[in-house]
Design a protein around this ligand. Structure first.
Ligand code: GLC
Ligand code: GLC
Length: 838
């Protein structure tokens, strides 16, 4: 096994430290927490956008480029101190702190990815250049604080060039509509600030700027003038010649580059604050003179960050913000690999997936998908404890894209919050996830008032009903769409976007996900939705029982206690009926079936030639405990170990499909071992792990968990794994793949939230509940005592757990020294100490 390492964790600073710029793939980080965002790689590649990576792209980025990850915010340092006409060395040393794009070998390189910031440091010939990149809280800009330090004993005369390339706002048309794009570009230059104002004259009321807090001796705003048509980012002509062109872009490709001459005495260091900002103006305040943009807001923003002190303060605030967020759930187990994932990286990735859903990463181009209905509800569960009000708003936004029959848009755009017509709806698992997300929110906050919020259908004003009504029709959507076995009809697909049982496509130009060549008369049913329905149905019943004691008061007709009591009853019956249907028609002998196809034939059965067993239905039906008494749960979990598990995790199905099956769709289009065709789709491993926890099998739960836990992978095989070792990726190539263990599609994956939900609630066993915190760990026998410090609403609990070699089962709990009945610590504000004996 390859053992090369490219970096290591620094837990004290909550950083991952990359020590070799030539990582097996760009290892990235995210900057920004709310409106202004950037992606940044370990060599400073990437881009920025405001709210929406498709509609408000600020800087340009070329995906799948050659070389990979070319383009970003680059600083070029031209050091002429080694020029010597006697030795005929006439070429200055030109280098970048992040090694790329010049790739001049550095004397030292380090990239520290931290919580919403990245610090890249390079050293060459006695000069150190260190750049701190971050987006200050509540500000629409990326700060790049560059510190140049002369560590040599000679005076250094340096030439510094900055570089950013503007995107013409809409990232999709920016890459295709060149007959227009090459004529629209417009900029303004004022002092040390370069403004990008393409299309500002007409329907846009926003512009961007790139500023530095020092006088400049030149600039460039036209790409070809700066780079040269036959040069590259690695050797821009202006840089190579050490001479800016002072170009003014008119059309073509506008960029922003500052030129600064820097003299550094031995030991001297200087800071430069570069700011990449975004501004919106009111329609009637767009211009300060004909054709001249109103720069008032830009000036104000610059003034807030124009000194090292102001920037350092903004950075300290960002760090405090993360301190507070990561102080909400803190574990101490003594196992660094577990603690760092729980306390730092898993929670961090949850924030990132909450912010971006599946829109912008180095695998998601930012133009394809907005916020997914099911994805965002799941992401929320990993984030709700961090900033509940944002989760609340998200639930309302998501529910606003639902249709009156309970179906929903599969995706929406973050900028407009409107449902996405290109993809539409018809994914029959979608509605259930709204319950999953909402219940998590209420349990965390105790805020039942969210159910009283008036929420429209398909964003149509006038169509509002309460959020509770949205939950009700979500459940009903499943009940109203049952197939011949009384199991849920699958629609276009369930959670597995690639199991397309009504698609029937022989046409490569058709999308698997939006094509339903035949759906009339379909019998295609999903056992995954069946399990999901039982789990969320039980949640719904429990919620109604809560509401029976605190009826909803407001709009438009108040719902009474007796309504909720009846509703709980009604849904319990539907859940029981579903459980019966699964036991009757969904059990294959050793595991749960996956589905019935269009014709009513079994999918995921021992009778099938390939793909005899699938993970999704094992996960959901074991979480739902369907047939636990009859031993079905234990058998299903054993089958996961026997048929799905491998060195790197559990594969999605086994054996892999070796040919395209017209009746199944996209799943069988992938090569063996990749993606939904028997890849280790990390997202669904936690479902089985939770199933294990509910069944009390702590050793098995832990062994599955550790296999896909990044910190374990980090230690074992960085080269093979390829993608960032500090976060989960969506897919690791499965046992049937050409290269088992190779990871792909890092960062934006439901895995983050599910790993968090699994470890925080089911393994470590700290579960928010309506009336307090339920304690129910499920651990490997080897677990030693551990503590969890949990802030919960207005309370803080210091919880110590003594496992005593038990995998499951709490024997006794004391709260502030007094024994309590049961396993729920009743909520009360203030600080509390809890001791748990298993
Ligand atoms: C992707 C999608 C998610 C889907 C999964 C399985 O991660 O974002 O919605 O459930 O693939 O197909
Ligand atoms: C593809 C992928 C799947 C993803 C979907 C999103 O089908 O295989 O993982 O969810 O695209 O559109």
């Amino acid at each position: 096994m390859e053992q090369k390492r490219y970096g290591h964790f620094d837990d004290q600073h909550r950083e991952y430290v990359i020590t070799d710029p030539q990582t097996p793939w760009p290892w990235i980080n995210y900057l920004g927490n709310e409106d202004f965002f950037s992606l940044i790689s370990n060599t400073a590649g990437g881009y920025s956008f405001y709210k929406d990576a498709k509609f408000r792209r600020i800087t340009r980025y070329r995906y799948n480029n050659v070389p990979m990850d070319n383009g970003g915010r680059y600083f070029y340092i031209v050091d002429e101190s080694n020029l010597n006409s006697q030795t005929s060395n006439l070429k200055p040393t030109i280098w970048n702190p992040g090694w790329k794009p010049c790739k001049t070998p550095l004397d030292f390189y380090e990239c520290r990815h931290g919580m919403s910031y990245t610090r890249i440091t390079g050293r060459k010939n006695g000069v150190e250049a260190s750049v701190l990149f971050f987006v200050p809280l509540k500000k629409w800009c990326e700060v790049q604080k560059l510190t140049l330090k002369n560590e040599s004993s000679e005076v250094k005369q340096l030439k510094l060039f900055s570089f950013e390339e503007w995107c013409l706002w809409n990232a999709a048309t920016d890459m295709e509509n060149f007959q227009r794009n090459f004529s629209t570009g417009e900029v303004e230059i004022e002092g040390s600030t370069i403004y990008h104002k393409t299309e500002y004259r007409e329907r846009r009321n926003h512009y961007a700027f790139y500023h530095v807090n020092a006088p400049i001796q030149g600039y460039d705003t036209d790409r070809e003038s700066f780079v040269g048509l036959y040069n590259e980012f690695a050797d821009p002509q202006a840089v190579v010649e050490g001479k800016p062109r002072n170009s003014h872009a008119h059309g073509w490709s506008p960029i922003a580059s500052h030129y600064i001459e820097v003299t550094l005495q031995p030991g001297e260091s200087k800071d430069f604050v570069f700011l990449l900002g975004y501004i919106e103006n009111e329609q009637d305040e767009k211009f300060e003179a004909p054709q001249v943009i109103n720069k008032k807001k830009a000036h104000a923003l610059i003034a807030e960050l124009d000194t090292t002190e102001k920037v350092d303060k903004a950075f300290a605030e960002l760090c405090e913000y993360w301190d507070a967020l990561l102080n909400i759930y803190k574990v101490r187990t003594g196992n660094d690999k577990l603690d760092r994932m729980v306390n730092i990286w898993n929670q961090y990735q949850c924030m990132v997936t909450f912010n971006f859903s599946r829109s912008a990463s180095f695998f998601e181009s930012g133009v394809g998908r907005g916020m997914g209905f099911r994805d965002s509800n799941q992401d929320l569960v990993g984030f709700v404890h961090q900033i509940p009000p944002r989760a609340r708003q998200r639930i309302i936004d998501i529910a606003s894209t639902q249709f009156p029959d309970g179906g929903c848009y599969h995706q929406y755009q973050p900028l407009t919050k409107r449902g996405n017509n290109d993809i539409g709806g018809g994914f029959n698992d979608d509605p259930c996830w709204l319950i999953f997300g909402t219940v998590a929110y209420i349990k965390e906050t105790g805020d039942f008032s969210i159910l009283d919020e008036m929420v429209p259908f398909d964003n149509q004003p006038g169509s509002e009903v309460t959020l509770f009504e949205h939950l009700k029709i979500s459940m009903d959507h499943v009940i109203n769409n049952l197939g011949p076995h009384m199991l849920p009809l699958i629609g276009r697909a369930d959670w597995n976007d690639c199991l397309n049982l009504n698609c029937f496509s022989w046409d490569p130009n058709e999308s698997f996900q939006t094509t339903e060549n035949v759906s009339e008369g379909t019998k295609a049913e999903s056992l995954m939705i069946a399990g999901l329905f039982v789990v969320t149905g039980k949640d719904y019943v429990q919620l109604c029982k809560q509401l029976a004691n605190r009826p909803l008061t407001s709009h438009p007709s108040p719902l009474t206690s007796s309504f909720f009591a009846e509703e709980a009853n009604r849904m319990q019956q539907a859940v029981d009926a579903m459980i019966d249907a699964v036991k009757k028609h969904g059990w294959d002998g050793e595991w749960y079936l996956r589905a019935y196809d269009f014709y009513g034939r079994k999918i995921g059965s021992n009778e099938c030639d390939e793909a005899k067993i699938f993970i999704e239905s094992q996960g959901w039906c074991t979480m739902a405990e369907i047939g636990a008494e009859e031993g079905l749960v234990a058998k299903s979990l054993d089958s996961c170990k026997k048929y799905l598990e491998c060195e790197h995790g559990m594969v999605l199905n086994n054996p892999a499909f070796s040919k395209y099956i017209y009746e199944y769709g996209e799943i069988s289009s992938y090569p063996e071992g990749y993606k939904e065709n028997a890849g280790i789709f990390c997202h669904n491993n936690p479902w089985v792990i939770i199933g294990e926890c509910i069944a009390g099998r702590g050793n098995d739960a832990w062994s599955h968990y550790a296999k896909i836990l990044p910190s374990y992978v980090e230690e074992k095989y960085q080269t093979l794994h390829k993608v960032e070792p500090y976060v989960n990726c969506q897919m690791v190539a499965g046992k049937d793949a050409f290269k088992p263990g190779e990871g792909k599609n890092s960062w934006l994956t439901g895995t983050a939230a599910w790993m968090w939900y699994t470890v925080s609630e089911f393994i470590l066993g700290i579960k928010p509940d309506y009336d307090g915190i339920r304690i129910d760990p499920c651990l490997p026998e080897t677990a030693s005592d551990y503590t969890v410090n949990r802030k919960f609403r207005e309370a803080e609990y210091d919880i110590t757990i003594h496992p005593n070699g038990q995998q499951k089962g709490v024997k006794s709990i004391t709260l502030d020294g007094n024994p309590i009945d049961g396993t729920v610590i009743p909520y009360s504000p203030g600080k509390h100490t809890v001791e748990v004996t298993m």
